[in-house]
Design a binder for this molecule. Structure first.
Ligand SMILES: Cc1ncc(COP(=O)(O)O)c(C=O)c1O
Length: 369
């Protein structure tokens, strides 16, 4: 059996008619930039997240960057981010000229560790970016409590967690801003780059609208240095179609993740993903930890046509780009351990149960032989 990390043709087969119709509607309207589909999608996505406002931008990275700018983050400021995340979380901070300050994570859910977070706060700290990594929501209550105590802004990185919930409330609406990516492989992905910012603040909403569109206040009047960072109308049209399936697809991911759990439980060498009570995981990726010789196992799986990815093999503090910040090996023990042990097994809503069975049984055979 040949397994793909993700097979977009299966999704396209299902959506083809609707997508073709949408392409034709948008193309004939000519409203490619800030068109009707975008306006409608922003309303629908805000309603989906249970927040007042949503502003489409051109990527998840820009969503983070523009959110930080809207909160006044810049030169001389520090922003605390988990050390174990996709590099975009940290880079968005760097774009503002503020400094990303890394923080260790919790072993069970890979989320920012509130204890280490408090240790990292200085007089320059202005904001925290908790990341709902892999689709598991961060325990936001403790983060918000720390933020309140130290008067810090909070931006949720929801790039991997569309639809994840804490006690029934969707991520994105807990903090000042919530930032989503629509990179094609995400739980809600478009057919190119895209992102969105959600907020309940009227003031931030108005500022973000300007920041994503050249600081424009009215057609010919520009009041601040803004960007060309708009979500394309066509991408918004595609996202409107896919948003209707998001909950069904998240449930499918969950069902497949539980299949993996069932097949892989009881093997000493593997630590399976955790799901905290009242925290609804949406399994953007299925990440298991392999206590020993992970890279050997991954190579053996590749030889069986099973592509396995690593999110992420190098923690942020050890990335060459951040060498100037002065971190060294050993600074973040949990993050470094996870970077050595994690592996992401194929998981997307159209993956078949027999494919999960084949992947899991191959892993079992390799580990138990
Ligand atoms: C945790 C996290 N933050 C931010 C981003 C950036 O999103 P984008 O690729 O849409 O810029 C990603 C995307 O992979 C991500 O996984």
């Amino acid at each position: 059996m040949k397994i793909k990390s993700i097979d977009f043709s299966r999704e396209y087969d299902l959506l083809k008619n609707k997508l073709d119709k949408k392409f034709s509607t948008v193309s004939s309207s000519g409203g490619f930039i800030l068109g009707k589909e975008l306006i409608e999608f922003e309303k629908e996505f805000a309603a989906y997240c249970g927040v007042k406002f949503a502003v489409g931008v051109n990527s998840g990275t820009d969503a983070l960057y523009i959110s930080l700018l809207s909160l006044g983050i810049g030169q001389g400021d520090e922003v605390i981010v988990p050390d174990f995340t996709y590099i975009a979380t940290a880079m968005a901070v760097s774009y503002t000229a503020a400094v990303p300050v890394f923080c260790d994570i919790k072993e069970d859910t890979f989320e920012i560790d509130p204890k280490d977070l408090e240790r990292k706060i200085t007089s320059r700290t202005k904001a925290i970016i908790p990341v709902h990594l892999y689709g598991h929501p961060v325990e936001m209550r403790s983060i918000l409590k720390i933020a309140k105590k130290h008067n810090l802004k909070v931006v949720e990185d929801c790039a991997q967690a569309h639809g994840a919930k804490i006690k029934g409330k969707k991520v994105g609406g807990f903090a000042d801003c919530g930032c989503f990516s629509f990179y094609p492989t995400k739980n809600l992905g478009c057919y190119g780059d895209g992102g969105i910012i959600v907020t309940n603040s009227d003031r931030l909403y108005k500022k973000i609208l300007k920041l994503r569109d050249y600081g424009r206040e009215s057609k010919y009047r520009h009041v601040l240095i803004g960007y060309n960072s708009r979500l394309d109308t066509l991408q918004a049209g595609i996202l409107r179609i896919k948003l209707e399936y998001l909950d069904v697809w998240n449930n499918k991911r969950k069902e497949l993740a539980y299949y993996y759990n069932e097949y892989l439980k009881g093997i000493d060498e593997i630590i399976l993903p955790n799901e905290k009570e009242m925290h609804e995981h949406v399994y953007h990726v299925y990440v298991a930890r392999i206590k020993k010789n992970r890279d050997v196992l991954i190579k053996q799986l590749f030889d069986l046509n099973i592509p396995v990815l690593i999110h992420y093999p190098i923690p942020c503090h050890l990335q060459p780009v951040y060498k100037n910040l002065g971190y060294k090996k050993g600074d973040f023990p949990v993050s470094e351990m996870c970077a050595k042990e994690v592996m992401s097994l194929p998981l997307y809503p159209f993956l078949k149960k027999e494919e999960v069975r084949f992947i899991a049984s191959s892993i079992k055979k390799l580990l138990l032989r």
